[in-house]
Write a new protein. Structure first.
Length: 246
């Protein structure tokens, strides 16, 4: 096996890999520390990340983000779904070393990937302190004095902070009552299911998700609690579960 072939195999094994790594953390922290106010050209499509297998494209005119993956004939196939983005909210974007797209907006940090023919959310963190202070205010342009202190302090010292599951669960609840324009694809529900089915992320966040869902005491979160319990039973086996009835 020559060096080029080995490198191709190595690169392919990183797709959809663990996002809680030091290189990805450093990349996103560097993005935060070096944000510039970039103006997107109007009425154009912008390729935010162009990788060996994936592309992430922002349709500025319609304010939508979609993905594309390369086929064997070197043509690009567009994802079946897209997500809505107000392009003026995007502060920074970058392709990560695992081919995913990192996006920093005024209120959120997100990571997107492409799985099969769908654009999928892989990471979501929103700035709770920002939301408390500024709410839906969209006209604050001074990042250094307003955004950066809320984002950097205590949140991004050693690793990516935990996803904000309370917000994620609320978004799942909202998805159940909304009709999507181009697909019935439920972005945040799929994100939650992917975390449950990922051994690394479920071991890291499973108990925290369960605690938040139970303590919220919202009947619409039954699906979330049931999904977590089902995964626990699958992992340890039903015979090893003992429930004390008092």
């Amino acid at each position: 096996m020559n060096e080029d072939t080995f490198q191709q195999i190595l690169n392919k094994t990183t797709y959809h890999g663990n996002i809680y790594t030091l290189p990805i953390f450093k990349t996103i922290k560097n993005m935060l520390e070096n944000i510039k106010s970039d103006e997107f050209p109007k009425n154009k499509n912008i390729i935010l990340a162009d990788g060996e297998m994936f592309r992430f494209i922002l349709e500025v005119k319609d304010s939508r983000l979609f993905g594309a993956k390369q086929l064997q004939n070197n043509k690009w196939k567009k994802t079946q779904n897209s997500v809505s983005f107000k392009y003026t909210d995007i502060l920074s974007y970058k392709k990560l070393n695992n081919q995913d797209l990192a996006l920093i907006t005024k209120k959120e940090i997100l990571i997107y990937t492409i799985a099969e023919d769908f654009l999928e959310l892989r990471y979501f963190w929103d700035n709770k302190n920002w939301n408390k202070k500024f709410g839906d205010e969209d006209n604050i342009a001074d990042f250094d004095n307003y955004y950066k202190p809320f984002i950097l302090y205590d949140n991004f010292k050693l690793s990516l902070p935990s996803p904000n599951f309370k917000t994620i669960f609320e978004k799942i609840k909202k998805e159940k009552y909304e009709k999507h324009k181009n697909t019935e694809y439920k972005e945040y529900e799929k994100y939650f299911i992917n975390i449950v089915n990922d051994p690394v992320e479920f071991s890291k966040f499973g108990s925290k998700m369960l605690e938040i869902a139970i303590n919220t005491k919202d009947d619409s979160f039954v699906f979330i609690v049931q999904s977590i319990f089902d995964k626990i039973i699958e992992l340890i086996g039903p015979r090893n579960i003992y429930i004390e009835v008092r």
